[in-house]
Design a protein around this ligand. Structure first.
Ligand code: HEC
Length: 104
């Protein structure tokens, strides 16, 4: 038992951060962003579902005035519900696209 308890401690630490973002999401959130570089990416990849002004379409919800960057980056990287993942975009592209989306 003596050797098992540190393991259990570690396990419960992991369980404790069940809702935490992945290291990639954390790294993207920490990048500095270029809103203008994000504009063409948003228009090419996001506009079809979220609309030119971010107000949403029949395919995706209104994404204006989003404040929680970690959640936004997470859904772009990992997808969720009917939102596809954009994991093949580079970290910087995701950061810039999210920054543009947040500016809408
Ligand atoms: C195929 C349509 C589609 C595309 C393309 C798409 N999304 Fe989404 N998006 C959705 C849907 C549907 C949801 C709602 C997902 C859910 O929670 O069920 C969503 C959710 C989101 C949310 C969270 C909204 C909230 O209320 O929490 C953000 C932020 C977001 N999308 C940003 C983007 C960005 C940025 C892009 C481009 C890289 C993008 N989306 C591309 C369909 C799409």
């Amino acid at each position: 038992m003596k050797t098992l308890s540190p393991f259990i401690l570690l396990l419960s630490l992991f369980a404790g951060c069940g809702g935490a973002a992945s290291p990639r999401v954390e790294a993207i959130v920490a990048l500095s962003t270029d809103v203008q570089a994000g504009k063409p990416l948003y228009e090419a990849k996001c506009q079809v579902c979220h609309g030119a002004n971010g107000a949403g379409t029949s395919l995706g919800p209104d994404i204006r005035s989003k404040e929680n960057n970690t959640d936004n980056v997470e859904i772009i990287v990992e997808g969720g519900g009917d939102m596809p993942a954009f994991a093949t975009m580079s970290d910087q592209e995701i950061a810039d696209t999210n920054a543009y989306a947040n500016s809408l």
